[in-house]
Each structure stands twice: as structure tokens, then as C-alpha cells.
Design a protein around this ligand. Structure first.
Ligand SMILES: *[C@@H]1O[C@H](CO)[C@@H](O)[C@H](O)[C@H]1NC(C)=O
Ligand SMILES: *[C@@H]1O[C@H](CO)[C@@H](O)[C@H](O)[C@H]1NC(C)=O
Ligand SMILES: *[C@@H]1O[C@H](CO)[C@@H](O)[C@H](O)[C@H]1NC(C)=O
Ligand SMILES: *[C@@H]1O[C@H](CO)[C@@H](O)[C@H](O)[C@H]1NC(C)=O
Ligand SMILES: *[C@@H]1O[C@H](CO)[C@@H](O)[C@H](O)[C@H]1NC(C)=O
Ligand SMILES: *[C@@H]1O[C@H](CO)[C@@H](O)[C@H](O)[C@H]1NC(C)=O
Ligand SMILES: *[C@@H]1O[C@H](CO)[C@@H](O)[C@H](O)[C@H]1NC(C)=O
Ligand SMILES: *[C@@H]1O[C@H](CO)[C@@H](O)[C@H](O)[C@H]1NC(C)=O
Ligand SMILES: *[C@@H]1O[C@H](CO)[C@@H](O)[C@H](O)[C@H]1NC(C)=O
Ligand SMILES: *[C@@H]1O[C@H](CO)[C@@H](O)[C@H](O)[C@H]1NC(C)=O
Ligand SMILES: *[C@@H]1O[C@H](CO)[C@@H](O)[C@H](O)[C@H]1NC(C)=O
Length: 665
């Protein structure tokens, strides 16, 4: 069994230092670790001394078989320990280092000291590799400016985790290690036994944009950008301000719910512009903070949870003297795309944080980790770790043309992740004038987790429907679907397909198709009990996109920069998509969804080879409130010998039904 490298860590660094001095003296370096630690890993490889850039290494420590013990080698899991190291052996400071470790044995990283993963939380699925960033030491200074202080020029990462399926004779090493900071390049990592190392150099060709020089890592921008600014700091507490900016043209959140994790026992004493879900004085009293702050009135403390859940205040609290009175707050957790309303694209709140020993120092500031943000129907976001950035400037409160800076600022970047199949929150149905059946939303488009799949089939395609069946809730469609199948000689399975379970569904109907153009009708259905204020739908029409001409009952805007996506929102006064209500006679009539509908016209000018029935007339992507909706797997087909009379009749029926339903609202 190999001994982990860390015990000799400082010793190795000493050797590095002396070897650098040797090099400076023009001496050769050849004594230490001749075999590059092949298998033994006793000494750092000599390459470390000859590296004048960023040196990185990865050493496998040990592994132990985990339960359950199985015969199948592929399925056997092992607990493992490994050590990674990053050293700045160059003459240039490295800010915000990012070390990629190309794991490949279905590794699950359980902990890593000195580093946090750039994305996600521990335990972390690292089967495709993962990028670590520094937690305590995000920037690596140079030997020159620190007089060789290794605590400042290097970081040692102790990794523990689980890996799968490697027979005892093989040392499970990652595929590669590399530095992924902009402007740096690494040769292939060299491996010897249980050690691997690489020396990365600045790429002279890749000039990093020399923007304004920053003390900390430069700010990055993703879909949702959160800044944690410390505005006032005292020995035992500080005031922080959180600013959430939506920077994606289709990004959106409703009733956002933000959670994070305190890592140093902090509690939230007061809050302005937002609130936490749980206020539990007894939890506070028994916490570490409760033991330390003996004189604090914990009945007034907002929250002592390790992972508080924070939400925006409703508009009624906007002018509340205690909780409100903060710009950009109190919008019920709505963050709109900036092109809809720049003012509603930002949220803000403040909190007073109480710290615990050993952090009772005005300069001991640690932001919370593991940020997550979600809403009720919106894109799904994945947030990175907080990164220290240069302090945010604010206009001076006195109105003088001066700038006030925050004491310290961190940035959290969250990006939209595409939902996994069957995890959407909205779905689309297709219909067309040339086919009398509508293709409904996919079975389980929004998941079937809570449904007893004994009663329905989660894997079967949905039954084709008569268009008017799309107007009633799924549970009331069965009769119509059966009758339709009988009438059209379509088979009906014994076990019917499961519902789509989506709160919002959108019907895309092709109404006309003529020589120079075509039209479609879009209908948005809200099956939930609450309304969506300032709703929007965005479509990506693929090839047909440039032909978008007009929308009649909505406000349509092309989304820059490439203008291929078109966004529709309600005209003033029509910006509410109401919720589902009971039928006029609940016993006889099924529930009625909230609806919004419009016709959209397109031209075929300058677009070659457009074939509407073959699929060009259907959106390639459709979003509701920023969430990408599940599209059906099939298009309504145009039969060779279809009779126009029937479909005209059917669209008339549908139009009448729709008009009737709208009148009932
Ligand atoms: C061994 O386990 C793997 C992964 O669990 C599985 O894919 C494979 O079929 C199993 N092989 C045998 C022979 O059981
Ligand atoms: C790893 O990559 C594969 C193929 O790109 C992808 O299907 C899989 O979801 C990825 N796994 C993780 C945990 O990201
Ligand atoms: C917000 O998140 C917390 C914790 O995850 C959860 O308990 C709560 O129900 C969520 N609230 C809403 C409105 O989603
Ligand atoms: C704010 O959200 C709550 C639910 O969290 C809802 O009941 C209320 O109607 C909303 N208020 C407004 C003005 O939208
Ligand atoms: C339509 O939406 C755009 C972008 O949000 C907005 O600038 C414009 O004022 C709206 N037009 C009408 C008539 O509401
Ligand atoms: C506070 O922290 C700074 C820097 O970490 C340190 O120099 C100073 O001595 C500390 N003050 C106290 C009172 O511990
Ligand atoms: C988010 O996207 C931006 C721009 O595409 C990228 O620079 C950033 O690294 C991403 N962040 C995360 C946490 O995925
Ligand atoms: C998108 O539309 C805007 C405004 O109409 C225009 O300035 C811009 O050039 C267009 N971009 C492309 C790629 O067509
Ligand atoms: C809708 O009908 C159900 C029973 O069918 C009833 O419990 C509920 O109160 C009704 N809701 C409204 C808003 O009338
Ligand atoms: C619609 O379905 C619900 C739930 O299955 C049922 O309670 C209701 O009676 C049905 N309404 C009609 C008109 O069939
Ligand atoms: C309508 O489209 C569906 C789905 O593509 C297809 O199965 C059906 O045969 C079509 N009906 C007619 C009458 O063409």
C-alpha cells in the first residue's frame, strides 16, 4: 500500500525550492526520485523542478473494497484516496486556478480538502471528470513575491471517493489532468505508475484580453449572475447584499427559491427584501450560535438553518419599514428576461450575518457555498461555486459623484441546464388542417414519478385525439379518445398511456399553407390553479424562422442577437394567463384551463424548399416562461388522399369550441 504523499508534502516542496535554487545556479538536478516515483510516489518527480509554469500532479493513494462485495469486477465499488497538487512554479500569479481531473472509473468524489468542484456538490458524480477550484487558496502567488512561501504558491488536495470496476492489479488513474484557465496550455500529462504530472505554460499566442487589471478573478457572466457583496463588517457580524441578475434573453424565474449552505456555523439575524421559510427559535438555541451568543434574543433571529431556503417578498411588503424599502425587492420572486423589462430582471435582498469563532474578525469573511435557485415553472439552473471578485462599486449614497465600494464581493454564476427527458415542466401538442387527429403531448412529458404506473403505461405513445379533446383535462379525455379510435379504426391498448402531467401545455396548429406563405395558431393552456403574470412563449422555427411576419393577438419580438427565436407575450391587459377553473356545472362539465390564443403568419419568400407538412411548419424548440417544453415525437401526417372537407369542418369545430370556452372564462 502506498503512503499518501501529503505526509511529505512540505518536504517535497522544500526539495522543489532547493532545486529551483540549484537550477538558478546552473546545476543539474538528478538525485531525487529517479524513477519518478513509479508506484512508490516517495518523491516528487524531477519534472516539478524543471517546470517554470504551473505544475500539477495527481497521485493515487490507496483503495479498499467497499460493500457489497460482488464477483462481477465491473460492478465492484472501491473506496479510494488520492492526492492532487497544484504549484505555481512560474513568475506570474495565477488567479482563480481551475484544475481539471479527467476521472474515468465512474468516480464519485465524496470530499476534497482545499478545493471545491466548479459545478455541483459533494458527493459529486465525476464520471466524466471534474474541475476543481481553490476553496481557501483560489489564487496562487509566485515564489518571487512571497519569498517562496509554499502555503501561498501551492494547494494540496486530498481526495476521497468511490470508484468502480477496476481489478486489483490495475492502478485506477484519471485519463488526464490539466489547467483549464484561459490562456494556459498543457501538454499531455505524463504518467508513471500511480503518479501523473503535467507542467502547464502560458500560451504566448493566446493573448488574454487585457481588460482593466483586477485584483481578484475577473467577473464571468452566465445566464443568471448573483453577487454577494459585504457592505459592512464588524468583528462578530456583517451585512451582506445579494443581487440576482437575469442575463439570458429567455431566462426567467417565478417565485424564486434560493438555498445555500453556511460552512462556518453562521446564522441570519435580520433580513430585508426577502424572507426565509423557517423561523425556529429552539433550533437556534441548540445550535452552536445559540451556545455562543448567550445574550441574543433568539426569538427575533430570522434563521439558524445550515441550508436556509430564501424567497422574495410579495409586493405588499415593498414599503414595509422593517422588511422592505430596498430597490429591486418584493416582486414575489419574479425575474423576467431583460428584453421584457430590465427593472424586473433584477432581484435584491440584504441580510445581517452573525459569525462564530474563529471568525470573529472584521476581515474573516466566508460566503455561503452550494447555491441553488429554482422557481415554479422556469428553466432549471445550475450554479457554480462563489468566486471572489473585485469589490462591486455603488453610487455614493450622498449623491456626490463619488463611488463607494463593497468590502468584499463574490460572484456566483448559474447557467440553464437542459432538462432531462421526462423532466420538463410544459409540453406541446401538434395539429394541422390536413389531418383530423391531433398529436397530443408525450406520455409522462413532465414525469410520472408520483403516478401509479400499474394503472397506465408510461412507455406507450399517447393516443391520437380529436382536436376538441385538447380543451379538457387529461382525465376527462379517455371517453373521447376511445370513441375517436373506434371511429378511425385505430387500435386501443388494454393499458392506456399515462398522462403528460404538465402544468402548462401548448397546442401548435397549422391553419393554412399556400404558395407564398402559411399561418399557424398557438394556444397556451394553463392547467394549474394559479395565474401566470407576464407570461411569455418563445419559439425557434428552424428553417422557417426568417419568414416570421406577424402575430395578431400577442406582442411578438425577435430575440437578438441572431433573431431566429421569436418571443410572444400578452399585449397590455392580456399579460395574465389565468389558472384552471371549475366548469359552469362542476358535476356535468369538466374543469376549464386558462387559455391564450393567437394566429401567427409566416411568409415563404426567400426560403427555399420549405415543406410545411413534412415538419418545417412546426417549431424545433418551444419555451414557456423560459422553460423548454417537451415536443411530440411525431408530426400530424398528410395522407395522400385526404379530403379537405373533413379537416375544414374539424377546424371549424375546434374554433367554435375554443371561442365557446373563451367566452366561458
Ligand atoms: C457486471 O456489472 C455491470 C455493471 O453493473 C453490468 O453491466 C454487467 O452486465 C455485469 N456483468 C455480468 C457478467 O454480470
Ligand atoms: C457523461 O458524458 C456522457 C456522454 O457525453 C453523458 O451522457 C453523461 O450524462 C455524462 N455524465 C455526467 C455525470 O455528466
Ligand atoms: C423552497 O425550498 C425549500 C427547501 O428546498 C422547500 O422546503 C420549499 O418548499 C420551497 N418553496 C417553494 C415555494 O418552492
Ligand atoms: C405572490 O405569490 C403568492 C404565492 O407565493 C401568491 O399567493 C400571491 O397571489 C402572489 N401575489 C401576487 C401579487 O402575484
Ligand atoms: C412589445 O414588447 C416589446 C419588448 O418587450 C416592448 O418593447 C413593446 O413596448 C411591446 N409593445 C406593446 C404594444 O406592448
Ligand atoms: C484579523 O485577521 C487579520 C488578517 O487575517 C489578522 O492580521 C489580525 O491579527 C486579526 N485580528 C484579530 C483580533 O484576530
Ligand atoms: C456558464 O456559462 C458561461 C458562458 O457560457 C461560462 O463562462 C461559465 O463557465 C458557465 N458557468 C457554469 C457554472 O457552468
Ligand atoms: C436582429 O435584429 C436587430 C433589430 O431589428 C438588428 O439590429 C440585427 O442586425 C439583427 N441581427 C441579425 C443577425 O439579423
Ligand atoms: C371546484 O369544484 C370542487 C368540487 O368539484 C370544489 O371543491 C371547489 O371548491 C370548486 N372550486 C371553485 C373555485 O368553485
Ligand atoms: C373529469 O375527470 C374527473 C377526474 O377523474 C372526474 O372527477 C370528473 O367527474 C370528470 N368530469 C367529467 C365531466 O367527465
Ligand atoms: C394523421 O397523423 C397521424 C400521426 O402522424 C397519422 O398516424 C394518421 O394516419 C394521420 N391521419 C390521416 C387521416 O392522415
Amino acid at each position: 500500500m502506498m503512503k499518501p504523499w501529503d505526509t511529505r508534502y512540505s518536504f517535497s516542496l522544500l526539495i522543489l525550492l532547493s532545486s529551483i535554487i540549484f537550477l538558478c545556479n546552473g546545476q543539474d538536478y538528478g538525485m531525487v526520485g529517479e524513477d519518478g516515483g513509479g508506484g512508490g510516489g516517495d518523491e516528487p518527480p524531477p519534472e516539478m523542478a524543471s517546470c517554470n509554469g504551473i505544475f500539477m500532479s495527481y497521485s493515487f493513494g490507496s483503495r479498499e473494497r467497499e460493500y457489497p462485495h460482488v464477483k462481477n469486477v465491473t460492478a465492484q465499488s472501491w473506496a479510494f484516496k488520492a492526492t492532487a497538487m497544484i504549484v505555481n512554479a512560474g513568475r506570474e500569479e495565477l488567479k482563480g486556478w481551475q484544475m481539471f481531473v479527467g476521472f474515468r472509473h465512474k468516480e464519485l468524489i465524496v470530499s476534497a480538502t482545499g478545493a471545491t468542484p466548479m459545478e455541483g456538490d459533494f458527493p459529486l458524480d465525476a464520471s466524466n471528470g471534474t474541475t476543481f477550484i481553490g476553496s481557501s487558496n483560489p489564487d496562487l502567488k509566485t515564489s518571487i513575491e512571497t519569498a517562496g512561501d509554499f502555503t501561498q504558491i501551492s494547494t494540496n488536495i486530498e481526495i476521497t471517493g468511490t470508484l468502480f470496476g477496476v481489478s486489483k492489479a490495475v492502478t485506477p488513474m484519471p485519463r488526464t489532468i490539466k489547467l483549464t484557465n484561459d490562456g494556459w496550455e498543457c501538454p499531455d500529462a505524463k504518467r508513471k505508475g500511480g503518479n501523473m504530472h503535467v507542467c502547464c505554460k502560458r500560451n504566448p499566442k493566446l493573448k488574454t484580453k487585457t481588460g482593466p487589471k483586477t485584483k481578484f478573478a475577473p467577473r464571468r457572466y452566465g445566464d443568471l449572475n448573483i453577487v454577494y457583496d459585504v457592505l459592512q463588517s464588524f468583528d462578530s457580524n456583517y451585512l451582506a447584499q445579494v443581487t440576482i441578475d437575469n442575463d439570458n434573453p429567455l431566462g426567467r424565474l417565478d417565485r424564486w427559491n434560493l438555498t445555500w449552505e453556511w460552512t462556518r456555523g453562521e446564522i441570519i439575524n435580520t433580513m430585508r427584501g426577502a424572507y426565509t421559510y423557517k423561523k425556529d427559535p429552539s433550533e437556534c438555541l441548540y445550535s452552536k450560535a445559540g451556545q455562543y451568543y448567550k445574550d441574543l434574543d433568539f426569538s427575533q433571529v430570522i434563521n439558524c438553518q445550515k441550508k436556509p431556503a430564501i424567497s422574495d417578498l410579495p409586493p405588499e411588503k415593498k414599503d414595509d419599514k422593517v422588511m422592505g424599502k430596498l430597490p429591486y425587492c418584493c416582486k414575489n420572486g419574479t425575474l423576467l428576461p431583460p428584453i421584457m423589462d430590465p427593472f424586473k430582471a433584477r432581484s435584491m435582498f440584504q441580510l445581517q450575518v452573525f459569525k462564530l469563532p474563529p471568525d470573529l474578525n472584521r476581515t474573516a469573511l466566508y460566503p455561503p457555498q452550494h447555491w441553488k435557485i429554482d422557481g415554479i415553472l422556469n428553466p432549471q439552473y445550475k450554479c457554480g461555486a462563489p468566486v471572489r471578485v473585485d469589490a462591486s462599486p455603488f453610487p455614493d449614497p450622498t449623491g456626490l459623484p463619488a463611488v463607494t465600494y463593497a468590502i468584499a464581493s463574490w460572484q456566483v454564476v448559474c447557467n440553464i441546464t437542459k432538462p432531462k427527458v421526462q423532466a420538463s415542466r410544459c409540453c406541446v401538442s401538434f395539429s394541422a388542417f390536413y389531418n383530423n387527429s391531433a398529436v397530443p403531448c408525450n406520455t409522462c412529458a413532465c414525469g410520472c414519478n408520483d403516478i401509479d404506473t400499474d394503472t397506465c403505461d408510461a412507455h406507450r405513445n399517447p393516443l391520437l385525439l380529436p382536436p376538441d379533446a385538447l380543451l379538457v383535462p387529461f382525465e376527462n379525455r379517455t371517453l373521447k379518445a376511445r370513441a375517436w379510435a373506434r371511429q378511425n379504426h385505430m387500435p386501443v391498448p388494454k393499458k392506456l398511456p399515462c398522462p403528460d402531467n404538465c402544468g402548462v401545455s401548448i397546442n401548435w396548429h397549422i391553419s393554412t399553407d399556400y404558395r407564398n406563405g402559411w399561418t399557424a395558431r398557438i394556444t397556451v393552456f394553463n392547467w394549474r390553479s394559479f395565474a401566470f403574470e407576464d407570461w411569455f412563449v418563445a419559439i425557434d422555427m428552424g428553417k422557417a424562422g426568417p419568414g416570421y411576419e406577424n402575430v395578431y393577438s400577442f406582442n411578438g419580438t425577435r430575440v437578438p442577437p441572431n433573431n431566429r427565436t421569436i418571443m410572444f407575450q400578452g399585449l397590455p391587459g392580456m399579460n395574465y394567463l389565468v389558472g384552471q377553473v371549475n366548469g359552469t356545472n362542476p358535476i356535468r362539465d369538466p374543469a376549464v384551463p386558462g387559455k391564450q390564443q393567437s394566429v401567427i403568419s409566416f411568409t415563404k419568400k426567400n426560403i427555399k424548399g420549405l415543406n410545411i407538412p413534412e415538419g418545417d411548419g412546426f417549431p424545433t424548440k418551444l419555451f414557456f416562461n423560459g422553460e423548454e417544453c417537451a415536443l411530440p415525437k411525431h408530426f400530424p401526417k398528410k395522407s395522400s388522399g385526404h379530403r379537405r372537407g373533413i379537416s375544414v369542418l374539424m377546424s371549424l369545430v375546434f374554433a367554435t369550441m375554443a371561442a365557446f370556452a373563451l367566452m366561458m372564462d
